[in-house]
Design a protein around this ligand. Structure first.
Ligand code: SF4
Ligand code: SF4
Length: 364
């Protein structure tokens, strides 16, 4: 079951009460972990991170029910100190009302059932929790098309582990597979998605915000992501990680078979990322002849916005960027993971290409 609630950020307490009424977990005496999306040092008004009002409403409601809460994430921008700094800028440190925990402090190496990685270092708090509440944001993603419940659990990886995963799985399909492997390390008990203000276009750290006015909730994050994809106008087959999750029996992805309660519909003229890749035999031919040589977007650093902070260079898993007057890209080395784009808090990395916008319809 996926529940779709209407709401804006001034009504989060009421919405959270409705959610806990619909999903009556026993929280008393339990260690409950809240995992928002704190992608980097972005203030809430940029719409890139989970809104602090939702996190705050959850903390208040859980404390009232006798739970012991922890709130945290591992933002992409690395470094131990960056973890807390990003949470402060995103407003989540204050919203957590004393429950914020620096996830980079306590880590544990786990074996992963995966074709592509054997062991990964994750935040120990995630494994210690009795109940995990995943609180992603409704956004597009340059590499994975959508980023929701499944992708948000990539944030349980600490520091350089994310870059290591990108290196082990540079192709989009492989990366989607490893995302599902990571999701299966600790499948969240409940997902509450911030879709009040979502993101279209070149997510997950782009500038195209979209007011949707919804909160999506489910005990099954895969089905919830399938509903999000449908709202973007995508079929589940067009999202690799939904396909893989479905094949593994992790959740229903056909919206005709999901019990969806509440009002929802595909969003009109929803913009998907510029990184359009066609599928099937026809699509592969188009890719070879047209997309790669002519249409594929290129990364470009806007010299006026770049502060030369070096974050993009530091986090490129294949050292494709070097700092000259501004960061310069070696396209031959680039594996198109878009970490640099995601992590540039000045939003100085832009995508250029012939195809500026592609609607969801064309992506199906
Ligand atoms: S492009 Fe962005 S992340 Fe890279 S050096 Fe410039 S401001 Fe920093
Ligand atoms: S240049 Fe950017 S997109 Fe290319 S591999 Fe490095 S971080 Fe990824």
């Amino acid at each position: 079951m996926v529940l779709v609630f209407d709401g804006d950020y001034s009504q989060m307490e009421k919405v959270v009460e409705k959610i806990f009424h619909a999903f009556p977990f026993s929280f008393d005496g339990k260690k409950v972990l809240i995992k928002p999306n704190i992608l980097g040092p972005y203030p809430p008004e940029k719409g890139i991170t989970t809104h602090p009002s939702l996190v705050h409403a959850l903390v208040v409601a859980l404390k009232k029910r006798g739970a012991s809460c922890v709130v945290g994430d591992n933002p992409g921008a690395g470094g131990y100190a960056a973890n807390e700094r990003c949470a402060r800028i995103a407003g989540i440190f204050d919203a957590a009302d004393g429950c914020f925990v620096n996830f980079a402090k306590e880590t544990i190496q786990v074996e992963v059932k995966s074709r592509l990685v054997k062991k990964l270092v994750v935040s120990k708090r995630v494994l210690d929790a009795d109940i995990v509440i995943n609180v992603p944001k409704f956004k597009t993603h340059l590499q994975t098309r959508i980023t929701g419940a499944v992708k948000n659990m990539f944030g349980i990886l600490v520091g350089a582990e994310k870059a290591r995963v990108h290196l082990s799985a540079p192709r989009p399909k492989n990366f989607a597979e490893v995302l599902v492997d990571i999701y299966q390390i600790r499948i969240p008990d409940l997902t509450i998605m911030d879709a009040v203000v979502g993101m279209e276009g070149n997510g997950p750290s782009g500038k195209d915000l979209r007011h949707i006015g919804k909160i999506l909730t489910s005990t099954n994050g895969v089905s919830l992501d399938a509903v999000m994809a449908a709202m973007m106008g995508l079929t589940p087959e067009s999202v690799d990680y939904l396909n893989i999750s479905s094949q593994r029996g992790l959740g229903e992805v056909d919206t005709a078979k999901i019990d969806i309660q509440g009002e929802w519909s595909p969003l009109e003229k929803f913009k998907m990322p510029l990184t359009f890749v066609s599928r099937g035999f026809f699509g592969a031919t188009v890719n070879r002849l047209l997309y790669r040589p002519f249409i594929k977007p290129r990364l470009k650093v806007n010299a006026e916005l770049c502060t030369k902070c070096g974050v993009c260079i530091e986090h490129c898993p294949v050292q494709a960027l070097t700092l000259e007057d501004i960061p310069r890209l070696d396209e031959k080395k680039c594996i198109a993971c878009y970490c640099c784009y995601e992590l540039c808090s000045s939003q100085a990395i832009e995508l250029t290409g012939l195809m500026r916008r592609v609607t969801a319809k064309k992506n199906q």
